[in-house]
Design a protein around this ligand. Structure first.
Ligand code: SF4
Length: 424
């Protein structure tokens, strides 16, 4: 198996190589005092390193490559950012390298122990997505939980980047940004894009002006979405059409063109019409929704808010076409949980972070602990190797681990991978 450069980085960063009797390619003694700090920006791989070479103390950067000639291939000899490199660490020294002053840069062929090499190959060579499956039983629970905590924070941090951009776009209007993300997530994957376009075409300020009339809220949503029937329809649809005509001209609204609503392969309860009716009820029954949630980030309270009752018409309809047997169209518990996980939690967490409100951040994490574990193929894979999630807190962390580490074969950045590689 070919070693990858990130393995050399990993070994250097964790000092996982024999450090005694090191010699440069020119035969000088190399004593590592400080490996330096990982640089995630442009420039050499590690900075602030301290290394004694030939008995003389050097302070500066360390660059790592598989081969010495990679230095030339990457044109570092012409790049000022690499002029302070004091040691070039490689797996194979196939050429000498020089500073622009003509001075030779010391090189070290990193010694890799056979044991470490075998562990690396065994872990990375496996075909399964969760390559460390066999090792999991030997890793203490407390260690796994601490890693899951970190992963959850990483996941939230990533999600909040999108919110930050949206917030800037909305001139720091939290309610408007929350409305846009929440409405997008009412598309539950398949219809997320048209719902997002709908949010952009219909500012919530217009909805707020008519929040006391559920009929008018629905008229704006269905009209903007292009879902009102064109042909003569039942009385309720006709009423919505009349209301929409009035509101469209009042606000100068431009309905979506080719919105791309998807109904195929969806269960009728997930049809966009039903979701729109549920969202309309939510707008009708609670204004300043995000502020309300900030004031009381309590699971039962949020569930109650989101259980708003859609208009009577939807009790017997899934679309405008045909009547159906009566059935409540309130948002179900699983749907509410999904909205809490994907919208409310990232928003609350980010709001807490922006405002230095640690209590809110903690409460947000507790909210996840109240939600039962999600069900999907990733969580099933973890369950198969004995990792049973207790709540959405665990499932979100396990999804993060799977998607951003296991699927990318990034075991060297994973704490479990580190544990497996360094276990005696
Ligand atoms: S990334 Fe971590 S959890 Fe995933 S397979 Fe590698 S070592 Fe295991």
């Amino acid at each position: 198996m070919m070693i990858k450069e990130n393995f050399l980085h990993y070994l250097w960063q964790n000092k996982l190589f024999p450090t005694h009797n090191l010699q440069s390619t020119d035969g000088e003694t190399v004593e590592i005092i400080d490996i330096g700090r990982r640089n995630s920006d442009a420039g050499a791989d590690f900075f602030n390193a301290k290394i004694k070479i030939g008995g003389e103390m050097w302070a500066g950067c360390v660059e790592i490559h598989l081969k010495s000639s990679d230095w030339l291939r990457h044109k570092h000899q012409h790049d000022e950012a690499y002029h302070s490199v004091i040691l070039h660490v490689v797996q194979e020294a196939d050429t000498d390298i020089f500073r622009p002053t003509g001075e030779k840069i010391p090189q070290l062929v990193l010694p890799i122990s056979q044991e470490m090499l075998e562990k690396y190959e065994t872990l990375l060579d496996k075909k399964e997505k969760i390559r460390c499956a066999e090792d999991f039983s030997e890793i203490p629970d407390i260690f796994i939980h601490s890693w899951l905590n970190t992963l959850l924070l990483e996941r939230l941090q990533r999600k909040t980047e999108h919110i930050a951009a949206l917030l800037e776009h909305n001139r720091n209007d939290w309610e408007e940004a929350f409305y846009a993300v929440l409405l997008r997530n009412f598309g539950f994957g398949l219809n997320s894009e048209p719902f997002e376009r709908l949010a952009h075409s219909l500012p919530q300020a217009y909805l707020q002006k008519h929040k006391n009339s559920l009929l008018q809220i629905e008229a704006m949503f269905f009209g903007q979405a292009g879902l009102l029937p064109e042909e003569e329809s039942d009385e309720y649809a006709e009423k919505l059409k009349r209301e929409y005509a009035f509101l469209k001209s009042k606000f100068g609204l431009q309905p979506l063109e080719n919105a791309g609503w998807k109904l195929l392969r969806l269960r009728p309860v997930n049809f966009p019409h039903v979701r729109m009716a549920q969202f309309s009820a939510l707008v009708h029954q609670s204004s300043k929704l995000f502020s309300k949630i900030i004031e009381k980030p309590d699971y039962d309270y949020i569930c109650k808010l989101f259980s708003a009752e859609p208009s009577e018409y939807w009790e017997t309809h899934y679309t405008f076409r045909h009547a159906s047997p009566p059935r409540s169209k309130n948002l179900g518990k699983t749907a509410i949980d999904t909205l809490i996980i994907n919208t409310i939690v990232p928003f609350l967490f980010f709001y807490g972070q922006r405002n230095g409100n640690e209590a809110l951040q903690e409460n947000t994490l507790k909210l996840l602990e109240k939600i039962p574990p999600e069900h999907n193929h990733i969580i099933e894979e973890w369950a198969e190797i004995g990792i049973k999630a207790k709540s959405a807190f665990d499932t979100q962390a396990l999804i993060e681990l799977h998607k951003n580490y296991c699927e990318r074969k990034d075991c060297l950045r994973c704490r479990i991978g580190h544990k497996v590689l360094t276990r005696k």
